[in-house]
Design a protein around this ligand. Structure first.
Ligand code: UDP
Length: 320
């Protein structure tokens, strides 16, 4: 297939580009390098069948041209990271909503298959774990900027589903759960790269809140394999899928595991949420996917466990 990856110089996008090229597909990337990095794709530049454009997904003529050339669009370009989202809510909402509008509008002209990268964040404060795709979404107040991200992604989902229903545009929505691996930067607030950098530098490891909140982390390679398989599965069209691992770990325990793996003497310190983010910040206590749907449709099972992921992320930062 010929695949366009918006946000293809980002963490997940660059791994997806690599996986598609390895399977003999052609890949075009569009990325404005706002949070992505040219370093993530520089090793791909000389590969046959790889093309890239440095531009934004809101540049309509460029996006229209790229979509025309490709069979499938993986729309990953978005504002990422809780820190960035809280600090730049205008950019978050505009990028997420407008970018998706542009992609869907132009994909619709020739009915090109579009993947919308959504997020586990849309489940919001729900405590009804594990989260099923058809469960209620529980958002906080509009005065708390974190929820703008969840709502902007929910609007992307609504819009994609509306195109599917009303205009028969083939779409697939994937809700990604805490995806981790090499090339993810801690710059925008993600916990694993932040802890690894802190541990390697001997700096305090900053656990926000009391550290009893838990997450389930999924290896980026497992996520991109699922995306490639879904793109070749007609039964996936028009559907929403959780992609994640169900093994849970508290953030406190994650800090301890990273410190041990990195042979670090860093102290683990607790930072209140309003100091870490903003006053009144709301976190979710647990976030676990129900993956029975994607397992049924494509036999998805995450292969790489957390210890292996931590070791790989440590190697990544040590080699830089
Ligand atoms: N977190 C932390 N220290 C950090 C960054 C994040 O304790 O330096 C916590 C954060 O409050 C959340 C969890 O780690 O409870 C996962 O945060 P991340 O931003 O990676 O993803 P989220 O699941 O919140 O989208």
């Amino acid at each position: 297939m010929r695949a366009l990856i918006t946000g293809g110089a980002g963490f997940i996008g660059s791994h997806l580009a690599e996986a598609l090229l390895a399977k003999g597909h052609e890949v075009s990337v569009i990325d404005d390098l706002s949070t992505g990095s040219i370093d993530n794709i520089s090793h791909l530049k000389a590969r046959p069948g790889f093309h890239y454009v440095i531009d934004t997904v809101t540049n309509e003529p460029i996006v229209a041209e790229l979509i025309d050339h490709n069979d499938v669009v993986f729309h990953l370009a978005a504002a990422v990271g809780v820190k960035l989202i809280v600090e730049e809510p205008v950019r978050t909402i505009e990028t997420n909503v407008h970018g998706t509008e542009v992609v869907l509008k132009h994909a619709n002209k020739k009915k090109k298959l579009v993947f919308i990268a959504s997020t586990s964040e849309v489940y919001g404060k729900s405590t009804d774990v594990p989260f099923r795709e058809n469960a209620d979404l529980v958002m906080g107040a509009t005065t708390k900027h974190r929820w703008a991200y969840a709502c902007s992604k929910a609007i992307d989902e609504f819009l994609a589903l509306a195109y599917y229903k009303e205009k028969k545009l083939p779409i697939v929505i994937v809700r990604l759960f805490n995806t981790v691996g090499p090339r993810q930067t801690g710059q925008y607030g993600m916990v694993l790269p932040t802890f690894v950098r802190q541990a390697l530098a001997g700096h305090p490891i900053t656990v926000f809140g009391d550290g009893t909140q838990s997450r389930s982390f999924t290896y980026v390679g497992d996520v991109v394999d699922a995306l490639v398989t879904l793109a070749q599965t007609p039964a996936a069209v028009g559907e929403v899928f959780n992609i994640g691992a169900s093994q849970e770990i508290t953030i406190r325990e994650l800090a301890e595991r990273v410190r041990a793996r990195a042979n670090s003497q860093s102290p683990i310190v607790l930072i209140p949420y309003d100091q870490a983010y903003e006053s009144g910040f709301e976190d979710m206590p647990r976030r676990v996917p129900d993956t029975s749907k994607i397992n049924r449709v494509i036999g998805f099972q995450p292969r790489v466990g957390l210890d292996e992921i931590i070791a790989e992320v440590i190697d990544y930062f040590q080699s830089r």
